[in-house]
Design a protein around this ligand. Sequence first.
Ligand code: NAD
Length: 483
Amino acid sequence: MEASPVPNLPEVDTRHWIGGERVGSPATFVDRSPLDGVPLAEISQGGAAEIDAAVSAAQQAFPAWAATSRKERAELLHAIADGVEARLEELAQLETADNGALIRSHRRGVIPRVAHNFRFFADWLLDELDHPDFETRGHRNHVSWDPAGVCALITPWNAPLMLATWKIAPALAAGNTVVLKPAEWTPLTASLFADITAEAGLPPGVFNVVQGLGHEAGAALVAHPGVRRISFTGSVPTARGIAAAAAANLTPLSLELGGKSPLIVFEDADLDLAADLAVEQYDNAGQVCLAGTRLLVHANVVGEFQKRLLDKASRLKQGDPRDPETDIGPQIHPDHFARVDGFVRRAVDGGARVLLGGGPNTDLGGLFYRPTLLTDVAPDAEIVTEEVFGPVLTLQTFGSETEAVALANGTKFGLAAVIVTSDEERAARVSGKLVAGTVWVNCFFVRDLRAPFGGSRQSGIGREGGTWSFDFYCDLKNTVTAP
Ligand code: NAD
């Protein structure tokens, strides 16, 4: 295949990374940029054989890696973070070309967070992990964190390297070895990241990447009996298949899934802040699991809120995500674009009223979908109950706090919620009633890696972050010693 016509992209070896070596497959697939559909690279398309080789390599590397001291592992994780920081611009360019998210976000937030993922879990391993021993009738209880073995990590396309390293870093810190299967729509940064781990001095086989399709490489990985943990971030339907595969081997699993989060604007809210927070839900062209896509607004303030929101949203600049001035880029893929548009078309056919956008951006063409706001939607309408994962918000009103909580919780998901109010007691009361892994009060997307992160109901199983990540990636052991 010819070199990519997208300028400034680093060279990436897109074969698998198994046992510290590049390994190809007879089959390949073409990775295209969402910016303009140009082919970026030809990617090795792994299947059961490549997964088997990668799991074997990870199994062989496991005893020596598990036996390294915490200090050694922490130093290597910091060296990986150094490598990420040294190649920040390359990673940012590559990720933007591959998934269409803003270069400005990649430079300022997302790729620095990739490095931070490693530094955070390295430091946690050294400073925070251990509990003090405790006594039972003079017997000492000592809890130890034994690495579990080979971890299978499966990740989505909306924040590819950030979400992968959110799993890779704690898995490696805990002394496990890893096989990563990145999303097939965004394979590039995982391949470049493999080079960074090698340059940092990570021993062969400790970290492996198998590229490929979900129903081939992904399915083979989660069904592999050599795998001791499965950590998956992605959609609910895929999670169901993975949970069934994990059941056969009783492999422990962590699932970070979709959402349909409410953003609740109370009568006493700062409406300017509320409108700013609502506009933020269009970030990453709406392809954010946490996005508060259901705007629930007190009927007394809905007119003013709507006016301010439309005013702010109309100033969003849609266009090439490589331009630092751009606010909203394209959707990831033609299939996803059609899915988003299908949701909007069916909602409008069903009586929803378009307050903003409502379709593709025909000025730009390609995969650009206009930021969209729909109202006159029934609580049980598909557009209100299903995750769209595009720049599409719905607006509903409520008349009381009780009604707001009922609407907010009236979903099969439970990932996040945003409350906008000037009443602290109300914020605490409502937060206590919401079914959500994260509740933001008068803010959005502020994340501290020490906090538990995950979802309730169909938004997932388990929590990641701080101790919770180590809980998952370790076999905890209690040693009881007689006096
Ligand atoms: P997806 O489920 O289609 O794919 C995710 C990954 O699973 C990909 O790597 C894919 O190749 C793999 N896969 C697909 N079929 C598989 C199978 N049968 N066996 C094993 N692996 C398989 O999800 P997506 O479209 O890439 O991502 C979007 C979804 O991810 C949304 O629902 C979004 O809300 C969710 N998400 C959740 C979080 C979170 O932290 N909760 C974060 C980001 C995205």
